[in-house]
Design a protein around this ligand. Structure first.
Ligand SMILES: [Zn+2]
Length: 215
């Protein structure tokens, strides 16, 4: 299982590049190891082109290195905190994607003004607290903001987005969709006010997309 996740994570980091969500090494994907208190994450500071299944590292839910030759991503403590406190989460993604991070810089939630936002996020994209790297304050901010919220994305103030999903792939999808809506709503607002989708419609769209849509 861990080997399979190591391989999957190589491909998912390529998706971050493919969708224009990252520069240099500033983004990471992790995956929970099902049935164990472990997750697999990108090593710190390794370029995306050089990532291999073997270079991925395995950590416990306190962020300690369990398996691997390289140091884990500097965001490992945040990922670990999310896995430890949100049992349904199977994947976590962090990027500094431009438009989502611009909303984070303003500290402004992205209003739910598009049906695709209702589909994927079930409402607005919330802002999380300002938190510095180094302890569990980023992870705590993510969990406190997303618990009891339908959104799979949080914009950490003055920092950038974290997304979660049932799997690492689902969390990457949320990161891609997030950047798309962050860009579209930003562009829409340049020409005038935008109007939120009404709550009843949001609920219907979210329910349909989460439970009926697809194969
Ligand atoms: Zn960051």
């Amino acid at each position: 299982m861990i080997q399979q996740l190591r391989e999957e994570l190589v491909g998912l980091h390529q998706e971050l590049i493919r969708w224009g969500l990252v520069i240099w090494t500033a983004g990471n994907v992790s995956a929970r190891v099902p049935g164990e208190d472990l997750f697999v994450i990108k090593p710190s500071g390794v370029s995306y082109d050089a990532l291999t299944p073997e270079s991925m590292v395995v950590c416990d839910l306190d962020g300690n290195l369990v398996e691997g030759d390289l140091s884990p991503s500097s965001d490992t403590a945040a990922h670990a905190y999310v896995y430890k406190h949100m049992a349904d989460v199977g994947g976590v993604v962090h990027t500094h994607s431009t438009y989502a991070t611009a909303w984070a810089a303003r500290g402004e939630p992205i209003p739910c003004v598009l049906t695709m936002m209702a589909d994927e996020f079930g409402g607005e994209i919330p802002i999380g607290p300002f938190a510095l790297i180094g302890d569990d304050s980023i992870g705590r901010g993510i969990v406190e903001t997303l618990e009891g919220h339908r959104s799979k994305a949080v914009l950490m103030k003055s920092h950038g987005p974290f997304t979660i999903g049932k799997s690492a792939k689902a969390a990457v999808k949320a990161a891609v969709m997030l950047e798309d809506v962050a860009r579209t709503v930003h562009i829409a607002q340049q020409a005038g006010p935008v109007e939120p989708v009404d709550k009843t419609s949001v609920d219907r769209l979210y329910d349909r997309y989460q439970n009926v849509y697809g194969q």
